[in-house]
Design a protein around this ligand. Structure first.
Ligand code: GRG
Length: 291
């Protein structure tokens, strides 16, 4: 199987597992419809793909990592729904479609996000085929990454960083929390599912830190000069909001260089391992992404 085929197969696994979970819910009002609208709307599934790939890299059975992967994607989806709300970024489009609150209204969008955040931990705690210790470790890993010392901390720092004098280090700190922590958790959840710690988990965590930063810089590049049709949302929102980004601090050429360097460093961290092929390929692919 080629790496591209493996990626498609894993994406299909994730889609059907998420769809199965949503189908199992009792459709109170339009809550489940609103959750499904954002959960099953063409996301790239990068984070759950990383979880499955890390589990494989550690010699684990990928089916054992599937619930962790889906729970993580639920957290990511909740964060996007809430981030798009009028009280936050006030965005009208995501993935080429109206944002959740534009379709279902703000109150339902808030509840859909809340429900996904809660469902994520339900799905983790019920992951089949794993020891209770692994389930507890996974819940701990994801709650630390998503909560007030992780993604939510990054979001509040981003909200208050209206200062046009923000430095590169300040922006890097915000992004490593807001975007980076879930990407780190993605690989760590794969290790936990495979019951592997130590050197491999450490190498994967550094790989994820580099990858996460490159991913965010690429996001800023795409907001500056991406293709709106391909991205599924208007570009230039950072500039319109007067946001300090990696592009305003380092310029487009500087940002492209940083993405290249960070990708090389990420690959360098894991390439000594025979099983690293897919993860190295994925890092290269993300550096070239257009959406
Ligand atoms: C509201 C608590 C709370 C947190 C929001 C992650 C986040 C924090 C906001 C998302 C805003 C944003 C555009 C961040 C930049 C990087 C990023 C996370 C992009 C979206 O992730 P992708 O590209 O999205 O993986 P898809 O659509 O593929 O799922």
């Amino acid at each position: 199987m080629t790496y591209a085929e493996q990626l498609s197969a894993d994406q299909a696994r994730i889609e059907s597992s998420i769809a199965e979970y949503v189908d199992s819910l009792w459709p109170f009002g339009n809550l489940v419809e609103s959750m499904s609208y954002s959960l099953l709307s063409g996301g790239k599934r990068i984070r759950p793909i990383l979880t499955l790939a890390s589990c494989r890299f550690c010699g684990g059975e990928v089916t054992k990592a599937l619930s962790f992967a889906c729970g993580l994607e639920m957290i990511h989806t909740y964060s996007l729904i809430h981030d798009d709300l009028p009280c936050m970024d006030d965005d009208d489009f995501r993935r080429g479609r109206p944002t959740n609150h534009r379709v279902y209204g703000q109150a339902t969008a808030v509840l859909a996000g809340d429900a996904l955040l809660t469902s994520a931990f339900e799905v983790l705690a019920k992951a089949p085929g794993l020891h209770t210790d692994q389930l507890v470790l996974a819940v701990r890993c994801l709650s630390e990454a998503a909560g007030p010392s992780g993604m939510v901390a990054g979001q509040i720092l981003d909200m208050v960083a209206t200062d046009r004098d923000s430095t590169f280090e300040q922006i890097q700190t915000i992004e490593s929390l807001k975007t980076g922590k879930l990407i780190e958790a993605a690989v760590q959840l794969g290790c936990i599912a495979a019951n592997v710690e130590g050197e491999r988990m450490q190498a994967l965590t550094i790989y994820a830190q580099k990858l996460g930063l490159a991913f965010q810089i690429q996001d800023d590049i795409l907001d500056y000069d991406g293709d709106e049709a391909e991205l599924g949302k208007p570009i230039g929102s950072d500039a319109a909001n007067g946001k300090v980004t990696f592009v305003t601090l380092k310029g487009i050429v500087g940002c492209r260089e940083m993405v290249r360097r960070l990708t090389e460093e990420a690959v360098e961290e894991i390439k000594q391992y025979e099983e690293s092929g897919f993860l190295c390929w994925l890092a290269e692919m993300l550096a070239e992404r257009k959406k």
